[in-house]
Design a protein around this ligand. Structure first.
Ligand code: OAD
Length: 246
């Protein structure tokens, strides 16, 4: 795969930033958003993924998220998730950053220690009144309520809301040497702008996707391949580089 496009070698001192999107979990059986048959083809964003939708009809919104919570309960990580956890183990903690737009828990299940879930996590709920976040993937009937009696909402980022961890994510992005985006369509900002930002600050940018993303122009290297194939190959190569250099 890399013969036609030899990649720069890395060392233990290279700072690597990885951004993942729905495509990395597609091979674990979880739907993407914008592929044919994807989530946004079956549901209207304004009905289930905005703060206004939740105020209008919390049961309808929870119906959608309960279904997605059920789906992730049975999903297991695939080789792409495991490869990222392996890369993390081979680098000093300060030189590896994993940011995901995904709300599933597959990076953690694969062994990643600190994935930044910039769009939140389906396994967590947040009180609309006291803002307490609780972790709980169990099923429940009707609407869930906090100990303070406030309504609980999914701890996910809806449209028109700010992503989580943006300060630390941008700090890490601005200092990275290598930026890798996997399985993301490059259509939702701010994540869609990360490749351009990293490139403008001198990082080498790599994209892995089964289709061309909308921000294709910002990738120095692009591998049109499934995440579960390309990522383990790339990471095995890098681990050889790291071991040679130590
Ligand atoms: P999308 O559904 O927009 O894009 C998924 C991408 O994965 C597409 O570009 C596919 O070509 C690619 N893909 C599919 N299968 C793949 C595979 N096996 N290997 C590699 N690539 C594959 O999902 P995201 O870009 O993650 O936000 O969407 C970004 C955000 O939009 C989501 O986090 C969500 C959504 O609205 C919120 O809900 C706030």
């Amino acid at each position: 795969m890399f013969d036609s496009a030899p990649l720069p070698p890395i060392t233990r001192t290279s700072k690597i930033f990885v951004l993942t999107g729905a495509g990395i979990s597609a091979e674990s059986g979880l739907s993407t958003f914008r592929d044919s048959g994807g989530i946004w083809e079956q549901h209207k964003i304004e009905d289930i993924a905005t703060p206004e939708a939740f105020e209008r009809d919390p049961l309808k919104v929870w119906h959608f998220y309960k279904e997605r919570r059920r789906n992730i309960r049975s999903a297991v990580p695939n080789p792409a998730h495991y490869a990222l956890a392996k890369l993390e183990k081979n680098l000093p903690v300060e030189n590896f950053t994993l940011v995901t737009q995904n709300v599933d828990n597959l990076h953690r299940l694969a062994g990643s220690q600190n994935p930044y879930h910039m769009h939140g996590e389906l396994s967590k709920l947040r009180c609309v009144d006291c803002h307490t976040v609780t972790e709980n993937l169990e099923d429940f009937k009707g609407l869930p309520f906090c100990r303070c009696n406030g309504l609980l909402r999914p701890h996910v980022v809806w449209f028109n809301e700010m992503p989580f961890y943006l300060d630390v994510i941008l700090d890490r992005l601005h200092e990275c040497d290598i930026f890798v985006a996997v399985g993301t369509s490059g259509q939702v900002y701010p994540a869609a702008g990360f490749a351009g930002r990293a490139k403008s600050r001198g990082a080498t940018t790599i994209g892995i996707n089964t289709e061309s993303p909308a921000n294709m122009e910002y990738y120095d290297y692009f591998f049109k391949e499934k995440a579960s194939v390309a990522l383990p190959m790339l990471i095995e190569k890098w681990i050889v580089d790291i071991k040679k250099g130590t």
